[in-house]
Design a protein around this ligand. Structure first.
Ligand SMILES: *Cc1c(COP(=O)(O)O)cnc(C)c1O
Length: 360
């Protein structure tokens, strides 16, 4: 063990990091193609990019000043958008920061964090950082929550349950019934609605009934500003008050704030783009229905989890990558024969369908 490692917290010495998506130049280099030929369908990003109105809002900002630690304008705009009181809302540097802050607020080393596999990897990543005990309860064959197993696992040391709705990467919604069953245990239940603008489905009405409910949202996927890192939490005013107390004072930067205000002002156009992306997912579903050797799981989000039957997902991944199309694979997991494909523009979908036809 090195001197540095001796000084480190021991659980971080051999820490398995979270591998985020590579930049397009890197993807191109690995596949031996040109960066401009890369089609990124691997991170559920918005292929349209930001609205012109959003880009325009980024020029001439007072970059020499610190942003508002109380997020006044941002929280007011989010309150108007969600129909929730400002005291119930806090913005974070992406949903990712809020996941991390929930760990800081609730988890002492050894306490339990629960999630339902397969699901978004940041829950267990942040839980491991917090030295939590992670209990991952497998989803059933329709990717729904195994409620009896969850209730069994929730004991005195359980603190937070993370449930994505729609779930990434499976695409299905959390049912209100399952949410209630878990909320009734009294532990913190974080319902991650990052894909809300695609699904149109929310459990926000339950906030009036349960003070242990946290709804997580993001501007990364539907609003096309993943690079600016803005997400938010909606929860009881008590819980939000504590989150506000422990967050870094300037967690939302000036550019992120301005972009979100502009995006909300022009939300109509963004929602139209979201609707186009959903249409593309449906196009892809119809084509996959016709192709032999490939099937998909029903999705309420801007991605489709496809299962390959006659060949390995790895082979399909490589063939798509050679054509410049990058998707998400899940080696050494229950999804090792599946690929998650983000929905692209109509033109990208044409190319994807063409490539898939050859692959299967
Ligand atoms: C992408 C994603 C997030 C994180 O988004 P941010 O960019 O950090 O806002 C959170 N939850 C799920 C399920 C996601 O897929």
């Amino acid at each position: 063990m090195s001197q540095i490692e001796k000084l480190m917290r021991s659980h971080m010495v051999n820490f398995a990091t979270y591998h985020g998506v590579d930049p397009s130049e890197e993807l191109a280099r690995k596949a031996g193609i040109k960066p401009e030929d890369v089609i990124r369908l691997n991170a559920n990003e918005n292929p349209y990019g930001p609205l012109d109105n959003v880009s325009a809002a980024l020029s001439g900002l007072p970059l020499h000043l610190y942003p508002d630690p109380n997020q006044r304008k941002l929280r007011a705009a989010l309150g108007e958008y969600t129909g929730q009181p400002v005291e119930r809302i806090m913005a974070g540097a992406g949903g990712d920061e809020i996941i991390d802050l929930l760990m800081r607020l609730f988890i002492a080393p050894g306490q339990k964090v629960l999630d339902c596999e397969p699901t978004f990897g940041m829950y267990s990543f942040s839980a491991r950082l917090a030295e939590a005990e992670i209990v991952s309860v497998p989803r059933n064959s329709t990717w729904d929550i195994d409620i009896p197993a969850m209730l069994e696992a929730i004991d005195d040391s359980a603190r937070i349950v993370f449930l994505a709705s729609p779930n990434n990467p499976t695409g299905n919604l959390l049912t209100e019934r399952d949410a209630r069953a878990l909320l009734k245990t009294g532990v913190i239940v974080c319902v991650d609605e990052t894909y809300y603008e695609f699904s149109g489905s929310t459990l926000c009405p339950l906030l009036d009934e349960y003070e242990n409910l946290v709804i997580l949202r993001s501007f990364s996927k539907w609003a096309g500003i993943a690079g600016l890192r803005v997400g938010y939490a909606i929860a009881s005013s008590e819980l939000i008050g504590h989150l506000m107390d422990i967050k870094q004072p300037y967690n939302i930067n000036i550019a992120g704030e301005a972009a979100v205000l502009a995006a909300l002002e022009h939300r109509g156009e963004l929602l139209e783009r979201a609707a186009t992306l959903i249409e593309q997912r449906k196009r892809l579903e119809a084509v996959v229905d016709e192709f032999p050797g490939i099937s998909y799981y029903p999705s309420e989000a801007n991605f489709l989890l496809c299962r390959f039957e006659r060949r390995t997902a790895e082979e399909a991944y490589v063939e798509l990558a050679q054509r410049g199309i990058f998707v998400r694979r899940f080696p050494q997991t229950v999804l090792d024969s599946s690929l998650r494909i983000s929905t692209g523009t109509p033109e990208q979908t044409d190319l994807l369908i063409d490539a898939l036809r050859r692959v299967v």
